[in-house]
Design a protein around this ligand. Sequence first.
Ligand code: EPZ
Length: 416
Amino acid sequence: MKQLIINGNKQLSGEIKISGAKNGVVALIPAAILSDEGVTLYNVPNISDTKSLLDILDLLNCNVEYKDEVLKIDTKQLENKVIKEELAKRLRASYYFMGALLAKFNYVEIYFPGGCNIGSRPIDYHINGFKKLGAEVEIDGNKYVFKTKKLKGADIYLDFASVGATINIMLAAVKAEGKTTISNAAKEPEIVNVASFLNSMGAKITGAGTSEIKIEGVKHLKKGVIDVIPDRIEAGTYVIAGALMGKDLKISGVIEEHIEALLSKLKEMGVEIKKEKKSLIINKPKKYKPINIKTLVFPGFPTDLGQPVSVLLTQADGVSIFEETIYENRMGHIKYLQKMGANIRVNDRTAIFMGPTPLKGEEVVATDLRAGACMVLAGLTAKGTTIINEIDHILRGYENIVEKLQNAGADIRIKE
Ligand code: EPZ
């Protein structure tokens, strides 16, 4: 079993360059199969979630070339196949093949998706959306079967602005006959990225990035091209690393508006952030003021940065209150922060941090992807050696995390 070993409390400086967004590329790759010709994606991160989706493309008989962050997908020989359990359960985003294959073939067989264990994570909004577009849905053991004679545009209201449901319905509706409106749509930047990609193929989508998305169905989608947006959660994670241990640490390739909520909270804590074109320079302050954080849908404070930012809250001078509103079970990191010396009380989805508490190196576990990022940040801050187990979760979403941190001065390595 691989482990991450961190000898902590080392200053971080130099530059960390942000990769393409995991939560963008995991939707863009399934979206690619909608093209009848083929697509090119730039800035594709080399993470294990990308590899898992390429394995699904391989199953579907796509020809793929992936080199130097450029991914070319030839869809001309695409075949409809059952998405096997072993492939579907490797990641959450396998569910985007539901919408994409339904649009392409009017028929999909796919096993239940996987993903981080952070709550029950139903997909009822996706399924209700497909039904409104005219699909029938059956559950056969651990497998979904979707079928339709023809998808037809519909008005779909989401009870909650779900990222996954918004994208999946967009994928299904793009070739449906007539007009589809998604109301209370999610507004995350990854949705805009997917809509731009589909529009580059000839789709007619307007309103992505607002709460009402309109889609006018088209018959065919041609060649497509897209730049994957920078990963705002990776950027946020390294900005937090800078706030914890940075001396002029430069985080480059960032779209600042995508992490505005985090930056504004860090400023409230007293962290010095200098802005340059597409880069941020972060310095650790002498002291951190305590703050309150509540996770919300975009442009609110992202749930995916809740666990990473917890390390900062352990260092604030006083009581900070953190509330998770998106998932019911995203507190897997807390017991390991406590083991490292943090003083935290948890009540359901709220965690109360009493700081500052020095952290000491310990053996801990990455219980999920962002809990793993939290453990890395805690290890970088702690005195002594931190050993992190189950790091495959981390490698699913952070490209070259070890090299990027080593280059910034961290003492971190993988033990095979
Ligand atoms: C995406 O998950 C991301 N995953 C998550 O990132 C991220 O935390 C989340 O969006 C919120 O920003 C991918 O992009 C692959 P949702 P998704 O649908 O689409 C409930 C990470 O760490 N819900 O917006 O699955 C759901 O249970 C990961 O990178 C329903 O009840 O999130 C949750 O409580 C983890 N029914 C809430 O809505 C549905 O049909 C938000 O989920 C769909 C969602």
